[in-house]
Design a binder for this molecule. Sequence first.
Ligand code: PLP
Length: 495
Amino acid sequence: MEILYSSTRNGNIQVKASEAILKGLSDDGGLFVPDKIPALEKDMADLAQMSYQEVAYEVMRLYLTDFTEEELKQCIANAYDSKFDTKEIAPMVHTDGAYFLELFHGATIAFKDMALSILPHLMITAARKNHVENEIVILTATSGDTGKAALSGFAGVKGTKIIVFYPKNGVSPIQELQMVTQKGENTYVVGIHGNFDDAQTGVKNIFADKGLEEKMGRKGCQFSSANSINIGRLVPQIVYYVYAYTRLLKDGKIKGGEAVNVAVPTGNFGNILAAFYAKNMGLPIHKLICASNENKVLYDFFRTGVYDKNREFVLTSSPSMDILISSNLERLVYRVTGNDSEKNISFMKALNGEGKYGITEEMQAQLKDFYGNYASEKETGETIHALWEKTGYVVDTHTAVAVCVYRKYLEETGDKTPVVIASTASPFKFTRSVMDAIDEKYNTMTDFELVDELARLAKVEVPPAIKEIRTAPVVHNTVCGKDEMKQTVEKILGL
Ligand SMILES: *Cc1c(COP(=O)(O)O)cnc(C)c1O
């Protein structure tokens, strides 16, 4: 059955999966959505016997219907290989009455690797299928995590180049080291004198520059984006929910057909939307527990039906969730309008204008599978501390938000359904905040001293991703002003 993709802002558009991946965003500014959510075809019992790669194929082939079996299997094989530090790819840890689905065993020890390790391969395959001869140039602004994950995904991938801009003084020392030591002749990392918003705005301006686009065309290259609204990032994220469920089945932790809850630390709403898609494919998921930090726009939305970004932006210890506009929510909103693009457009216009919109009660009623709550900074720290003290298991700040919100859900509802908690980053990625939560005596140590202390406390090895950067040479040292980003790109590309 062929799946086509329409835009959340124009239901009449119909493009193939490969075209949607190449474009990223629809020309009308909408997000691509599948015209229907396919049902899982293989039995759970069969899936339970499969490797991660095999489950990935069984899920992704249902969405990427214009990819051949060979193409898709090749993309999967290139993505989920020894870049991951475990054959299981996404292992699960059972502790304190919950199943922690560890999505941080890839090259950059955070969950963005799950999708960004395959996106480059999907993209060049899509380019080939659509007779695009141009070299694909990925341009990204990052506040730390996405940049490194995209760099390592695209590094060495033929037919692509990647340029990442980051705020020179706005990322952690470890994050900066991770980026500036990135190997690969097709990778470029540039620090800018400015903040993340400056970097983001600069990239948007470059994308919108028609003159530059023409110049690039003459040189045989074109821009594309790796950001989280690309359907090529959403689809690979559905895989690990199916994988997690079938592992529980295989290990006898649940019976066939038994439901589980999932708790997801949420920012841009991509990860939890993937869980929602999995549920709609027939995976027995009961509640989708949406966990926010103090930037609790989504919590308010699920409680009141009003999405309101007019509020103070809070910098928290879970920075990858410091977001006031959760872009992927548009896909869910579109769906609960009954795929009515006009209605969706009016909401998005209101969001752009007044900064808020309210959905109808009828639409709200369709969101009953979601439970939203949030964790304060204090609660997040206490959660890390308490879990470590009780079990010896150390979680990162983002995962801790989900643990805390799950506890609130349990208290509010008494629902004892087994829970899978999406564990989105290794504690080694946010060592300082994690160690601060464990004991304030650590606040005098350097970042790398903390890494060793964490390894000792948690009785786990320092991940290769962190080990490497201790000795890796710095290979990127370009820095530019926030108004010089375009010139920098031209120079890199030889335009
Ligand atoms: C990006 C990210 C999130 C948020 O995921 P969304 O798909 O944007 O909701 C949570 N935790 C970590 C560590 C992340 O990097």
